[in-house]
Write a protein of this length. Sequence first.
Length: 93
Amino acid sequence: MSKRPSVLGDLKLEGSPKPRSPAKASPGEAGRKPRPDVIHTSIYLPKPVYLKLREIAYTTDQKIHDVIMEGVDAALKQYGHPSVAELKSRKAP
């Protein structure tokens, strides 16, 4: 069985803005500058871990991103690699 057509789907109101496409916004939209030197990634955290990171960030007046980057720095050091700051200061190939 197919969905019934929407009565409002074809409604066109004069002066109304164009509907946005549900597709991803391009990097230049919404005032964002393209950052070719930064890669976006996502992590999935158990809720208690997220809440603890949020608490740490709040009590140390930081953002959660900053706390996570401290952890990335610690992991790099543990495995014998340069720090985030050192890697950022190097020229990209």
